[in-house]
Design a protein around this ligand. Structure first.
Ligand SMILES: [Cu+2]
Length: 168
């Protein structure tokens, strides 16, 4: 009679071991790490050019994006040079054209010389230090042609000027 119990005991033990084996195998398959989908490459950070500092001036309070103003951005170089002994000063953009009501953003980089940026009718007069990116923002609320110029030394007379054209 002892053998009978022994057989039942062995069978029971085998079933128990088998069940444990199945459970552990089941858990193993669940725990196999899934191959991750394509890993997104992080966007490269924007690194400002070395040696160029950034200065922002807002002459008219810039409205937030919910204001519905159309933004117009212009990158302008400002510099002076001497060619054949003749000095001249420049803005790289002779004409800035926008619509009335636009939020105008001028990004002025002065690469050489002492300059500023002036539009009398808009009350804008902003120094643009050499080696600096200066940002000027204003709302073009007046229509017409307005001269922009550099008021340093005689730069206006030797070419450093242009036209802001604001059309209805
Ligand atoms: Cu100038």
């Amino acid at each position: 009679m002892n053998n009978k119990y022994l057989v039942f005991g062995l069978v029971g033990a085998l079933i128990a071991v088998g069940a444990l084996f199945m459970i552990s195998r089941d858990r193993d398959t669940r725990d196999i790490p899934r191959v991750p989908d394509a890993v997104p490459t992080p966007a490269a950070p924007v690194i400002p050019s070395p040696g160029v500092s950034v200065m922002t001036t807002t002459t008219t309070p810039a409205s937030d994006s919910s204001s519905g103003l159309r933004e117009k951005t212009f990158a302008i170089q400002s510099w002076m040079e001497t060619v054949d002994g003749k000095m001249s000063a420049h803005f790289s953009m002779p004409l800035i054209e926008v619509k009335q009501g636009d939020l105008v953003r001028l990004m002025i980089t002065n690469s050489k010389g002492t300059h500023d940026f002036v539009i009398d009718e808009y009350g804008i007069k902003q120094d643009t230090p050499e080696g600096t990116l200066t940002t000027i923002e204003f709302v073009a609320d007046k229509t017409g042609d307005f001269e922009f110029y550099c008021s340093k030394y005689n730069h206006r007379n030797i070419g450093q000027k242009g036209t802001l054209r604001v059309t209805p």
